[in-house]
Ligand binder design. Sequence first.
Ligand code: C2O
Ligand code: CU
Ligand code: CU
Length: 422
Amino acid sequence: MFNLTAQAGTQDFGHGATSTWGFNGAVLGPTLRATRGEQVAVSVTNALDQSTTVHWHGMHLPASADGGPHQPIMPGQTWSSTWKIDQPASTLWYHPHPHGETARQVYRGLAGMFILDDPATSVATLPHDYGVDDIPLIVQDKKFDDAGQLDASPSGVTGMGILGDTIAVNGTVGPHLDVTTERVRLRLLNASNARSYNFGFADGRGFALVGTDGGLLDTAYETDRLQLSPGERAEIVVTVRPGENAVLRSFPQDLGMGRFDRFAGGDDTFDVLQLRDASALAPRPAVPSHLVGLPRLPRTEAVQQRRFELTDDAINGQKMDMNRVDAAPVQDSVEIWKLVNTDGVPHNFHVHDVQFQVLSQDGAAPPPPLTGWKDTIFLPPNVPIELIMRFSDYADAQTPYMFHCHMLYHEDSGMMGQFVVV
Ligand code: C2O
Ligand code: CU
Ligand code: CU
C-alpha cells in the first residue's frame, strides 16, 4: 500500500525559494517499487488547489486504475487505485494527467519513478543496489523568471512548449554522485515537457544500454550516445575507474528538422550529472552480452492495422475529445499501429496500458535501442514507424485509455486520442 499526497512546497534550484509541487514533499515523489505478482494499492490525496490525476506510465492495468483524465481527483479528495503487477522488470514512472493541464502540473514538479522487479526478466549480475550502484535519474529542464519562480511560458517559434535552460536531476541543479563501485546502473527518465536529450559522456567513454521503457533488452548494446524523448526511459551501465571523473552530458542531436533543429533544442549541450569516483571502487561483474529472452510479436498475429497521423495538434485530423473513442481493439488481440508525423516538428507517441514492439522505422528493421519493450517512441518528421502490441487481460468498454504525443504542450493542445479494449 502506497500513499501519495500531491502538495505545494518550495525548492531551491539556485534562485532562492521557488514554488513547486511534489508528492509527499516539495518536488517530485518517492520511488515506488513492486514485484511481479504483487497486488499494489495506491491511495492519492490531492492537497493542491486544483484538480489532478495520477497516471502510472508504462503500467499494464485496468483502464479504471490508469489515472488518466477520466479519473480526476478534486482538491481535498483521495483516489485509490489497485492492480496486479504482471509485466517484466522495468523502470516506469507516474505523473499527473488532468485534461489540458498535464504540462503545467508535471513542470511544477509532480513526477516520480515506479520500479518493477521480476526475477524471471532481470539479470542478477547487473548493479541492483538502489541508491548505491543503481541510481534513478529524473531529468528535467526548467526556466526561471526574474523572481526565481518557474517560468512556464512556451519557448520560441516551433510550438514545442517549455524548453528550459537549466537542468534539474532528481530536483537538483548541478548534481554529482559519489561513485563507490566500478560499474553503475543509471535509470534515466526524461520527465521534461518538451526537451529530448542525447546522452553520452564528456570524455567519449561508451556505456551499455541494457533496458528501455518496458524492460531489459535481449542483448546489451554498447554505444556512446542515447537519445530519449519526453516520457522515455533507459537503463544504462557505465564503467568507472579510480581517478577518473565522468560527466554524463546531453549532446546536440538530430531532431529531424535539419537546420531548424536548434529551435527545438537540438543544438544544446548540458552537463547532467558528475560521477565522482572514490579512491577505491568495489568490483562489479561485467555486463553479460545476453540479458533476457524477449519473445517477438510476429506481424502475422495482427488482426487489425490502424494508421495515426500526427499533425497540427491533432491525430488523424481530430483533437482530443473526452467523449469520443477513436479505437476499440478486441481483448487479447494483436494490432499494428502505423505512425507518421507530417507537420515538420518533432513529436513522439505513447500508448497507455501496453508495451509495444517496433516492427519498422522508415521501412527498415529497428535499430538496437528500439528492439525491446517500449511504451513511448520518438517520432521525427516524416519517418514512418510501425508498432505491434497485444491488448491483453483488461476489457472495459466504458473506460478509455489514452494514446498521445508525450511532448506535453502538444498533448494538452489536443494531440491525444482515446481507445477502449472491448
Ligand atoms: Cu506519461 Cu498518457 O502519459
Ligand atoms: Cu502513460
Ligand atoms: Cu508532439
